[in-house]
Design a binder for this molecule. Sequence first.
Ligand code: DAH
Length: 342
Amino acid sequence: MARINLKRLKNKAKKEIVKTQNLKELDKLFKKYSGKRGELTSILRSLKEMPKTKRLKVGRQANELKEFLIAQFDKRAKFLKDKSEKESKKKEWIDVTLPGEKILLGHLHPLTQTRRKVEEIFQSLGFSVIEGPEIENEWYNFDTLNIPKDHPARDFWDTLYLKGGGLLRTHTSPVQVRFLEKNKPPLRIIVPGRVFRHEATDASHEINFYQVEGLMVDDKGKISIAHFKAIIEEFFRRFFGKRVKIRLRPSFFPFTEPSFEVDVSCPICGGKGCSACKNSSWIEIMGAGMVHPNVFKNSGLNPKDWQGFAFGMGMDRLAMVKYKINDIRLFYSGDLRFLKQF
Ligand code: DAH
């Protein structure tokens, strides 16, 4: 009886195994035979109730059957797995006509664009572009520029001092002396670069911003304020893309004599009056003057031999006027909604 049962079970299982179409079905089938309540499991469980001779015989046959079934299941499982892999490979299809993913293109920061434009204009006017260190010392940042230690003028520049004696340059003017020490005039340079101030930030002040310094030196008597005016007027005309008027107002800087502030007629309203020029129709844009004799002396040059002009302006301010930006902090915010407009 048991023997017949086992044989029948074997044939039945064999037929059912080859009918399975996927691993899930196969798993279900395996449980039907060898699971906790499986058909073969219950035969094996009933062995202990059989008389000893029968138990030995049926037990051996049932275990053989179990091993046989496991081998059959494994074989079928491997077959089904291969089959499904092949099918999924067949399904994979590449649409070569699909447009590719768009690569996001960035662009230069408005301050970089401004710097490049400034460099381009001055280079075409014969100026070389020079750089200097952002970490300076008191000698170059102040003393050489005729700003003595205890002179109140030093307070014009709210300075960030570094441990160990250095400081972060408060302006690009120290590069005037650094360059004059190593290069004999005649010369024409501009010095674009980053400067630092220890001050509270607001719409027109930042703790770091960009300046561009200018210096033109030649033999005594050759360079005058008239040259300065001509060059700077041409610069503004090209920078703003239209003719603007300039005006010089007497001022004070320790490193120039005479010194003046330079205003441009408001390029935004053209002189009618707007919020950018505070209805004055003029915008203050740079400091300038004729190089002070002490600056030549401190650079190792005889002021009796040389003469020239110098100027310094904020590049952020230039960009703000050109692009009508009302808050300097926007440049450093990293805000893409702002940056994408340029
Ligand atoms: N260094 C000055 C500042 O930071 C700007 C300046 C004024 C530079 C007059 C000059 C100059 O070269 O002649 O405020």
